[in-house]
Design a protein around this ligand. Sequence first.
Ligand SMILES: C[S@@+](CC[C@H](N)C(=O)[O-])C[C@H]1O[C@@H](n2cnc3c(N)ncnc32)[C@H](O)[C@@H]1O
Length: 208
Amino acid sequence: MNDDRKRWNEKYSDPNFEFPDDPIPELERRTSSLPDGRALDVATGTGRNAVFLAEHGYDVEAVDVSDEALARARQRADERGVDVDWIRADLAEFDLEPDTYDLITVSFFAALEHLPDLKAALSPGGVLVYEHHLRSSDPVTVGPSSDRYRYRSNDLLRACLDLTVLVYEERRRPLADGTAAVATLVARNSHGGTQSYPAVAEGTDGSR
Ligand SMILES: C[S@@+](CC[C@H](N)C(=O)[O-])C[C@H]1O[C@@H](n2cnc3c(N)ncnc32)[C@H](O)[C@@H]1O
């Protein structure tokens, strides 16, 4: 069995190993300005982003290396009455079709080496929403214990400069079980010399 699969299956076999039920905040906050259509949730875990997207009308594929994670994700989708195409695969072996997804989400999975293929899999105008743990000199209690699995400042931004970066932020986030240091990126697959941009909701910004 693949090392990642074994390691993550062991983690998910522990009933005390849990991820939040809610999707990542940036996804929830931005739903109305993201393109509709086909979505891919990478390293979906227990499916919090995938189920949320299916509830919002997306045609969703969700990949994870762990059977145990996907068993929990399937149960969540059944409870919520939505369909998701759950795919058990190591991302390194998953065939990403170019120009396919209107939205790709990645949360808390170190995938810099897969970014060229993930970006190519965005359809024209497709959006990548990515959150990951950062290295931090401040005390953070949530996320990988080793810096090996955390991004350095601007790693994610630099890797996406060939997209139109709509949001990039690095901050500490207080959570119910501690504090995390998180990078958030929202970036659009631009094409051509002229872009179109999501509208800011009326009333949130009166300036020109
Ligand atoms: C920290 S969890 C995050 C889960 C989910 N994205 C979330 O935010 O709740 C990381 C996930 O990556 C998955 N994973 C680890 N290595 C993988 C690989 N090589 N290919 C696909 N998924 C992988 C694990 O099974 C695990 O579910």
